[in-house]
Design a binder for this molecule. Structure first.
Ligand code: NAD
Ligand code: DAU
Length: 353
């Protein structure tokens, strides 16, 4: 069946994997990738599918109250998969307003545009909001997991802004009857991950024999999921999730930061032909993140039982694949670090970002 789907934030880490999956898997769909190309947006992430006939890129800001409704009128979208966001917790601590602007105001602006465009024919439409496990706050070391019924308890400006956007999405379902679905996912890892986040930052530092900064004692726990498994979950939920529902997505794969970095060091010592233990000497404990959530861990039972989703990769295998990708794509990493990736848009579209 033909559909026109808007994917926001498709030039970012997870968004680029979602766009690629949809463009390749559904040639009958028209996929419109809307992205403001902030520091986190990189069109190089999508160079392999940029010429596909069912793919269009639109450079725009989701907070634009004139352009976004106009886009909805022009394209008559059947569905929205909303990933555009400010996504880095540390940046949210130094600049919360940017997070409120994009994550809260931008989400509501999209909801308003969808509501206006779908006023007459809402049947078959879908607004899918991609969110995070961080809205649930932090767990202790007691083995408990976040379920869809867990209380919202955000601790960072980032997670508060995502929690707020989740609430707005639900209110548009409850108040206006908008067909919405939400997913809350744990930490992703894989190719094209921006090197401000723990895994790609550490890969880059290990490669260059620079200190690996570990916040606090490295005892915080995250539940890591391969990004392509997240993209597959998004595909399933978009097509088969129930309207008004939330689905948790997680890797059932908890690691303390320090154990994860030690594993990464071992993998990289092997790949780089270094003596075993050499890269571990780069580990440097630094001042902890303010309000640092101790542990995240997701119960994905609902997604597994209702929609039959399972993660496809074991973590060691996924991490090794990720290291291979970064070592084979050192030019991608270098262009991100030296800023040259910002010119990619100009080369392709003839004017500056
Ligand atoms: P990212 O920072 O890599 O990418 C975000 C993208 O959104 C970028 O391409 C950026 O240019 C775009 N963007 C930012 N502000 C915009 C605006 N105002 N208008 C239009 N585009 C804008 O983020 P990510 O890690 O890929 O995360 C994507 C989504 O998934 C986010 O909503 C995030 O909260 C959620 N999420 C991320 C993770 C994770 O581990 N990374 C886990 C769970 C959920
Ligand atoms: O849980 C899902 C969330 O995962 C997403 O919603 C966020 O968008 C995504 O950025 C990620 O948030 P985290 O804060 O968990 O990711 P980050 O890579 O920043 O940090 C992972 C852990 O590593 C965290 O406990 C903080 C720690 N850390 C991070 C960095 C960047 C360090 O010890 N040193 C570092 O230099």
């Amino acid at each position: 069946m033909k559909k026109t789907i808007l994917i926001t934030g498709g030039a970012g880490f997870i968004g680029s994997h979602v766009v690629r999956l949809f463009v390749r898997q559904y040639p009958e769909y028209q996929i419109v990738n809307l992205d403001a190309l902030t520091y986190a947006g990189n069109l190089e992430n999508l160079k392999d599918i940029a010429q596909y006939p069912n793919y269009t890129f639109v450079k725009a800001d989701i907070t634009d109250e004139v352009f976004i409704p106009e886009l909805f009128r022009n394209y008559k979208f059947d569905g929205v998969i909303h990933l555009a966001a400010e996504s880095h917790v540390d940046r949210s601590i130094s600049d919360p307003m940017a997070f409120i602007r994009t994550n809260v105001f931008g989400t509501v602006n999209l909801l308003n545009a969808a509501r206006a465009a779908w006023k007459e024919h809402v049947e078959g439409k879908r607004f899918y909001h991609v969110s995070t496990d961080e809205v649930y706050g932090a767990l202790d070391f007691d083995g408990k997991l976040f379920t869809e019924a867990s209380r919202y308890d955000p601790h960072s400006p980032y997670s508060a802004s995502k929690a707020s956007s989740d609430h707005f999405v639900r209110t548009y379902h409850d108040t206006y009857g908008m067909p919405v679905v939400i997913s809350n996912c744990s930490n992703n890892y894989g190719a094209n991950h921006f090197p401000e986040k723990l895994i790609p930052l550490s890969i880059n530092n290990i490669k260059n024999k620079k200190p690996i900064p570990i916040y606090g004692k490295g005892e915080n726990v995250r539940d890591w999921l391969w990004v392509e498994d997240h993209a597959r979950a998004i595909d399933l939920i978009f097509h088969r999730g129930k309207s008004g529902e939330t689905y948790n997505i997680g890797g059932n794969n908890e690691w303390t930061n320090i154990d994860l970095i030690r594993l990464l060091c071992r993998i990289m010592d092997k790949k780089l032909g270094r003596r075993e233990g050499e890269s571990e000497t780069l580990i440097t404990f630094v001042k902890d993140r303010s309000g640092h959530d101790l542990r995240y861990a997701i119960d994905s039972t609902k997604l597994k039982t209702e929609l039959g989703w399972e993660p496809s990769l074991q973590f060691e295998e996924g991490l090794e694949k990720t290291v291979d990708w970064y070592l084979e794509n050192q030019d991608w990493l270098e262009r991100v670090i030296n800023g040259a990736y910002r010119d990619y848009y100009e080369k392709q579209y003839g004017h500056k970002v």
